[in-house]
Design a protein around this ligand. Structure first.
Ligand SMILES: *Cc1c(COP(=O)(O)O)cnc(C)c1O
Length: 215
């Protein structure tokens, strides 16, 4: 079930303590900080005492502001780590095109309005996908964050096998969880960045296929 839930604050407490004890750095990828549902707010690692000494947190404008591919984000945290990142970055690439930086400023000045627009859309799509699979007897929760739904594959299938089955029989592409590492085995992933009508059609095809297969 680990894949379904955002990391709780206790998880960050544990790793911050470990980082202090064993002297390592934590790079927290928080690309979905604002994409959360039902009132849930993803914690920042900096809510944990002592995190500032050992952690850097990466934020991206890609997801919250539909700016994927614009290559803009920011990092916050430990002064030395941020400084080192800046030094490395200035040696491997140069500043982002100004218009994109201005667009980023504009986006960050309108977070609340943007979230009011996008979160109901993702919530609606999330519900469509989860309810479709639940109606087929799948046991899965409503994810609290991000725009992915992880679906446990039926008994007797691997992640790749079930993805292949849905592709061949329903004409729907899903991502086999194994592509994300061994803990993804046993799951396929569906993204809700697809338009409502296309997503709805995909769910109908999957329902038709799996219901047909059961009879
Ligand atoms: C999209 C994504 C990123 C990459 O963000 P960019 O700013 O587009 O490079 C990083 N981490 C996670 C978990 C993501 O989903």
């Amino acid at each position: 079930m680990i894949l379904f839930w955002p990391a709780p604050l206790d998880f960050f407490r544990d790793i911050v303590e470990l980082a202090h004890r064993y002297d390592f750095v934590i790079a927290h990828d928080l690309a979905y900080s604002e994409v959360s549902y039902d009132g849930y707010r993803a914690p920042s690692i900096f809510q944990v005492e002592g995190a500032r000494e050992v952690a850097i947190e990466f934020h991206s404008l890609s997801k919250t502001f539909n700016m994927t591919g614009w290559r803009i984000g920011f990092a916050v945290g430990n002064e030395k780590l941020v400084e080192a990142l800046g030094r490395m970055k200035t040696n491997i690439d140069s500043g982002i095109f100004n218009a994109i930086q201005w667009a980023g400023t504009e986006a960050l000045s309108h977070v609340d309005e943007v979230l009011r627009t996008i979160l109901p859309i993702y919530t609606r799509r999330r519900n469509v996908v989860v309810n479709a699979f639940r109606s087929l007897g799948f046991d899965l929760p409503f994810p609290q964050a991000s725009f992915y739904i992880w679906i446990p594959v039926p008994e007797g299938y691997t992640a790749l096998g079930f993805a292949g089955y849905l592709l061949d029989q329903a004409g729907v592409v899903v991502t086999p969880g194994i592509g994300f590492g061994r803990y993804g085995e046993g799951y396929v992933r569906i993204s809700i960045t697809t338009a409502d009508d296309q997503l709805g059609q995909a769910m109908e095809r999957i329902q038709d296929t799996l219901r047909g297969g059961q009879t």
